[in-house]
Write a protein that binds this ligand. Sequence first.
Ligand code: NAP
Length: 275
Amino acid sequence: MKALQKLLILGSGKMGGSLLKGLTSNNELNFDISVVEPNLIKDNYNLISANKIKHYQSINDLKETDFDTVLFAVKPQVISEVCSGVLENLDQKKIFSIISILAGTKVETFESYFGLSPIIRAMPNLAVSEGSGVTALYGNNNVNKAFKETTDKIFSGVGEVIWVDNEDMMDVVTSTSGSGPAYYFFLTECLSLIAEDMGLSKENADKLSRQVAIGSSDIMKSSNDSLSSLREKVTSKGGTTEAALKVLMSPDKEFYNIFKKAIREAYKRSKDLSN
Ligand SMILES: NC(=O)c1ccc[n+]([C@@H]2O[C@H](COP(=O)([O-])OP(=O)(O)OC[C@H]3O[C@@H](n4cnc5c(N)ncnc54)[C@H](OP(=O)(O)O)[C@@H]3O)[C@@H](O)[C@H]2O)c1
């Protein structure tokens, strides 16, 4: 029988924990998983115990162990300490594959520590915790087909996956889908506040605006229609939606331009963080 692939996850906070949840709930993915995390929260502790995952407090507890893949899910601020810990403790005779979900941390940072390793940079978003995230993946020249497929499977277990072939695109992804859930929360918040301003109770306004967001997402999920035709379907001639869209889609593109300006700011910030 073929031995299971050994996967080490470094950091099991919000994102690491969500990925672990996806990995353990997907029968297609069968890894021998170890996790290094100094402060396990209760949910992740339960997940680890229920799935017989090995847990270590520190990378220093892993002397001379070898792994096929190491997934970095720590904060960018501690990356040099964590990479040094990996070099000092893991068996260096074997070249392991690397996956990093760190925002703004370029592939070259990992190359400077792990030279010949295949490295894949991933940018997931918060919705991976619900299994409905979207993750962009970018790999260096050492990544082969098998590693690509394995990584694709890991992130497909928690939502949709796209591949980009230029690392600069990771900043576009960060500013659109990485930060994206916050834009939708804000739009929903605006809808709720406006409904309240116009007379609904706070409770009703909140319930109504959340359900509009959920229902619209469900429609987008189940339909293959283009986004513009979905919009057109709810816009009857001379009706209320048309009246609102005339303002939102005014010829001077005021709404579109302000949204674009906001996303360009996120893009600039993402670029600054990675330099
Ligand atoms: N959250 C998002 O929406 C999102 C989206 C895309 C990408 N990311 C990326 O995902 C990464 C993790 O983010 P997060 O939100 O999951 O952060 P988080 O909840 O703070 O998780 C990071 C975890 O790593 C642990 N840790 C610290 N030092 C460690 C070490 N030496 N070895 C092993 N584990 C260590 C931390 O423990 P302590 O709490 O004790 O420090 C913490 O539990 C970040 O690089 C971020 O850029 C996050």
